[in-house]
Ligand binder design. Structure first.
Ligand code: NDP
Length: 324
């Protein structure tokens, strides 16, 4: 048997509790993994609190990512004792996820642990950090360089945002951080932001075009914020759009695209190809401080329920690790 956080549906509400489960209830893969760490992402918080339609099958073990050690494998790429990382592929939504002592996964979903990485560091980075790296790589592919000007990160104190600030600063970019929580300004500056901008500056209706400020942006917020960001991107700049913490709707105009050549780059970490993941994880292992994982809060499965509510209420900052 193993211990897991289990989500059950009752009268259209989600009930979360820590339970002991039989190992044969793990049916979704060829590889059985002893989970060392999972992490708390926005999507996990939505699943645990029953916000939005994240869970596609009940009951569900949440946890869209995990890192651990292979116990048994029927897949040629992985053998017992290997350390592996899983993010996305519908795990924690359609298939049982990482907030458990054990998880089963298809072999093709697992990324081998890069040599300078360990399971704690991998999940301190987690889906949020992978998404931040995919966003940075997309900006670079689109031709954005540090010489072209500052990069804006929205939702900067969050999981994606805080890792994006660090990664961009490490890559030599001048980073501006947009946040609704100015009380964390010193922390954002310590991560590498040179300017901290209050979210309230974007409260008014977005203009079709405004003065050109940023060569690019990593946007974890979407909605009204993304419309504002697009209107202030410099000629031939780009925005990596990866999140919707501020809303799904995007009411904007074509002006930034047709008058300034701005590119809007969609980022999806869930179904990123295995080759893209390997490249991103290779780069992640050298792009963050050596003690990065030790700066991350570690929660138990039981504490995760409260933490999920706190994340959605904007009470957490940075990344949160889950130790089953
Ligand atoms: P977090 O909750 O950790 O961070 C979100 C941040 O957004 C908050 O910390 C806050 O930052 C800001 N924010 C929250 N609510 C609002 C609001 N109403 N208006 C404006 N800003 C707001 O979540 P994650 O970093 O884990 O995820 C961020 C987003 O990225 C989510 O929408 C998530 O679904 C998405 N995501 C997408 C992925 C992909 O593959 N495309 C993968 C992972 C995440 P502050 O207080 O600093 O303003």
């Amino acid at each position: 048997m193993f211990t897991a956080l289990l989500l059950e549906e009752s009268n259209n509400t989600t009930q979360a509790s820590v339970q002991r489960l039989y190992q044969d209830s793990l049916t979704s893969g060829e590889v059985l993994v002893k989970v060392d760490y999972s992490s708390l992402n926005y999507k996990d918080a939505m699943a645990i609190t029953g916000t939005g339609k994240i869970v596609r099958q009940w009951p569900m073990v949440p946890g869209i990512d995990f890192a651990g050690t292979v116990l048994t494998s029927e897949h040629s790429k992985h053998k017992a004792g290997d350390q592996v990382i899983l993010t996305g592929w519908g795990v924690g939504e359609k298939y049982w996820g990482g907030m458990a002592e054990k998880a089963a996964a298809k072999g093709d979903w697992l990324t081998p642990m890069p040599c300078a990485m360990n399971t704690k560091r991998a999940m301190a980075i987690g889906t949020a950090g992978l998404t931040a790296m995919l966003s940075l790589m997309a900006l670079e592919r689109s031709g954005v360089t540090p010489a072209q000007g500052p990069i804006l990160v929205t939702g900067a104190t969050g999981g994606v945002g805080s890792v994006a600030v660090r990664l961009l600063a490490n890559a030599g970019f001048e980073v501006h951080a947009l946040t609704g929580r100015l009380q964390h300004s010193d922390w954002l500056r310590a991560l590498g932001a040179t300017e901290v901008i209050p979210r309230s500056e974007f409260d008014k209706e977005p203009a079709a075009l405004a003065s050109q400020k940023w060569a690019g942006a990593i946007d974890a917020v979407g909605g009204h914020t993304l419309a504002w960001v697009l209107s202030q991107i410099k000629m031939n700049g780009a925005v990596a759009a990866c999140g919707l913490a501020g809303g799904m709707a995007l009411n904007t105009t074509v002006m930034p695209f047709i008058l300034r050549g701005v590119q809007l780059l969609g980022i999806d970490s869930v179904y990123a190809s295995p080759a893209t993941r390997v490249a991103a994880w290779q780069r992640l292992q050298n792009s963050l401080p050596l003690d990065f994982e030790d700066q991350t809060e570690v929660y138990t499965l039981a504490q995760t329920i409260t933490a999920a509510h706190d994340l959605l209420a904007g009470k957490l900052k940075g990344r949160v690790l889950i130790k089953p």
